[in-house]
Design a protein around this ligand. Structure first.
Ligand SMILES: [Zn+2]
Length: 254
């Protein structure tokens, strides 16, 4: 009974806390690519610079109450702010629905970092090392906690993921004389390999390929012309692939 109550408590804590985590993730997405401090800097309106008080910082509720506008300058607050908070909450719900016990927390950690990486890459074509590094370390730590004997497969996954994309990048540059993939993509696939192990890497490439293709089709239907030279951020698709492959395991192709 005590165990059940504990179980409920930790789930509730995760659900209630996740929109607040989402707020912080929004700050990371906005400030990391610009090289601005993420922890020390006080929250302020990005348009008028007015310091925000506690009542301006309640996830979702503040945005709804103020109808998506700053209370001081009436400037529009981008819809991405509440969207990231909702996404952080959905990641917690999804994680709790699929994973037992502490693994749900690990799943949230993975999902939240992937959310930040994917969002930054989509907007800036950038995958900061300050995120991919800890992501790789976290993957190895979780693998070791789940089954220490499997750790070696995850170390191999990190190495193969990184070197395979680095080699591909190098060959592309030699053949075509221009960059095909960003350097961050190799580091991201390495970090993902730490989570899914080398056995999961083919699944990651298949999922990411499908996701990237679907995205290109959607973009082509819009106003943008998509050609072979159109720049596509591959990071968001690797992130989606990593999330699905870690939660549900690699594809079983017999
Ligand atoms: Zn303002």
């Amino acid at each position: 009974m005590v165990v059940m109550e504990l179980n409920l408590d930790h789930r509730l804590l995760l659900l209630l806390g996740s929109p607040f985590v989402g707020s912080f993730l929004g700050v990371l997405i906005e400030r990391l690519p610009a090289g601005r401090p993420v922890v020390l800097g006080r929250s302020a309106c990005s348009q008028c610079g007015h310091a925000l008080s506690a009542r301006d910082l309640v996830p979702l509720a503040s945005w709804l109450v103020n109808r998506g506008r700053c209370r001081y300058c009436s400037g529009k607050i981008p819809w991405t702010c509440p969207a990231i908070e909702i996404a952080a909450l959905l990641i917690a719900v999804w994680s709790l629905a699929v994973l037992p016990g502490w693994l749900a927390w690990a799943g949230c950690g993975l999902g939240w970092i992937l959310l930040v990486l994917g969002s930054i890459d989509q907007k800036w074509y950038l995958l900061p090392n300050v995120l991919t590094g800890p992501l790789a370390a976290g993957g190895l730590l979780v693998a070791w906690l789940v089954q220490p004997s499997m750790l070696i497969h995850h170390v191999a996954g990190a190495a193969i993921g990184f070197f395979a994309l680095t080699a591909l990048q190098w060959s592309y540059r030699r053949l075509r004389g221009r960059e095909g993939l960003g350097a961050g993509d190799a580091r991201l696939l390495g970090a993902i390999g730490a989570w899914v192990g080398w056995q999961g890497l083919p699944t990651i490439l298949i999922y990411a390929g499908i996701s990237g293709l679907l995205w290109s089709v959607i973009e082509a239907r819009g106003s943008e012309r998509v050609t072979l030279h159109t720049r596509l951020a591959f990071g968001p698709h690797l992130c989606i692939a990593a999330w699905l492959a870690w939660l549900y395991g690699p594809l079983q192709i017999v």
